[in-house]
Design a protein around this ligand. Structure first.
Ligand code: HPA
Length: 407
């Protein structure tokens, strides 16, 4: 790979990107073993420039070759640079799905994926690629061969500490799980923690990505489908939210009874794999009624106030305006937040039973005193996290006593 890397580094240095300032070097190895490099070349009609991959492929074809056996893309910056949708199609003309694609920065290799993992997607790495989920599954099986979780738990803002209670914990960073999107927000760690809670085998996703981080909505499919493939039948989603209701104050725990999707996106957009779930999944009972009733019973027994509410998801990352909050109230929302709905839709698509718990961290915009801040969200979530932890443990204990399938 070193010859590819050196050629890409040279091309990267020669890139002509005065308009975007984003230089890219790309290299393809032809079937003969020869290496063809390209750089992105922009012009004043930017964005009508030439991608680095397109330049490299053109050089290969002009030299009389028609088969790519290895690809390397190099760019600077925090985000991995992957071929764009157009270049994926160009590569598809000459590369088989098992061709390795090395994603690098000037310091070296950051990740190698197969071309097949990129192909169904226009951008990025994460998404609905069944290949990606399978690879994450293989990585999990290698790290925790005996793990057979029954319940998946997604830990939202400031709730990651719940994993401290997991017994026999095996933690795997998302970075080691191909296709798992890396959270970039404070309070979201990015680890899969496998183990037992109240003697029930669980898989905790410590940290999630949000659409406002730039992840495609389909990014959550890899997480959800991996949990399902591991054996999880129930997915518990947790989050922090703002309250629209005077009677639901900060610190209150809410069992989500339904949601309103104002993200403008769905994780299921794109080709549907009918072996995973139906094209048009039913959403008339997303949050499992029987499980919610069990949760209410447990909360009552433990003396933890638990109310029900409808959660409305907005794209963010800006908090809402007071006018938006008034509009959302008229739509029937009790809570507002920036997460949970993509995972809930993805989980229902694969037939998992879903429970959602929200910690109210603030009164929604215009309903409380003063401006909103993420620091405040984290602080309030941490305060109520203990009640949520007790509730979850109590619930798992009950579920574990019964046969989870028949609850
Ligand atoms: N709005 C959106 N997301 C949130 C809020 C809010 O008020 N509080 C916590 N997450």
């Amino acid at each position: 790979m070193n010859d590819l890397f050196q050629a890409a580094l040279r091309a990267f240095g020669n890139a002509h990107a005065p308009y975007s300032g984003f230089r890219v070097g790309a290299v393809v190895r032809g079937g003969s073993g020869k290496v063809f490099a390209g750089a992105n070349v922009e012009n004043t009609s930017y964005p009508e420039g030439n991608c680095a991959e397109a330049s490299a492929i053109a050089a290969m074809v002009a030299a009389g070759e028609r088969r790519i056996i290895e690809v390397l893309v190099l760019a600077a910056g925090e985000r991995l640079c992957t071929p764009c949708g157009g270049c994926r199609q160009r590569l598809a003309e000459f590369a088989a799905p098992d061709v390795p694609v090395h994603l690098c920065d000037p310091d070296g290799l950051r990740r190698t994926v197969t071309f097949g993992e990129l192909l169904p997607l226009s951008f990025g790495l994460q998404g609905t690629s069944p290949g990606a989920a399978t690879t994450a599954l293989e990585a999990i099986r290698a790290a925790a061969p005996d793990a057979a979780p029954k319940v998946g738990i997604v830990l939202g803002s400031g709730l990651g500490g719940l994993t401290d209670t997991v017994e026999d914990a095996i933690a795997i960073p998302y970075a080691d799980l191909p296709g798992f999107p890396q959270p970039s927000v404070e309070g979201h760690e990015g680890r899969l923690v496998l183990g037992r809670l109240a003697d029930v085998p669980v898989a905790c996703l410590q940290g999630r990505v949000h659409l406002y981080e730039g992840a495609p909505a389909g990014a959550v499919n890899v997480l959800v489908r991996t949990l399902k493939a591991l054996g999880c039948e129930i997915l518990v989603l947790t989050n922090a939210s703002g309250s629209l209701k005077p009677e639901i104050g900060p610190g209150t725990l809410v069992a989500i009874s339904d949601h309103i999707n104002l993200l403008g996106q769905s994780p299921l957009v794109g080709p549907n794999d009918a072996t995973v779930g139906p094209r048009f999944p039913d959403m008339s009972a997303v949050y499992d009624r029987a499980l919610r009733e069990r949760a209410q019973k447990v909360a009552k027994r433990l003396g933890i106030p638990l109310v029900s509410g409808v959660y409305l998801a907005t794209l963010g990352p800006s908090f809402e305006t007071p006018a938006e909050i008034r509009a959302f109230g008229a739509l029937g929302a009790d809570l507002v937040g920036m997460s949970t709905v993509p995972e809930a839709i993805s989980a229902r698509h694969v037939g998992m039973r879903v429970l959602g718990f929200s910690i109210v961290t603030n009164r929604a915009a215009g309903l409380g005193a003063g401006p909103l801040s993420h620091d405040e969200t984290l602080a309030r979530a941490a305060e109520a996290a203990d009640s949520l932890k007790r509730l979850l443990l109590g619930l798992l204990e009950e579920l574990g006593r019964d046969d989870i399938e028949n609850t």
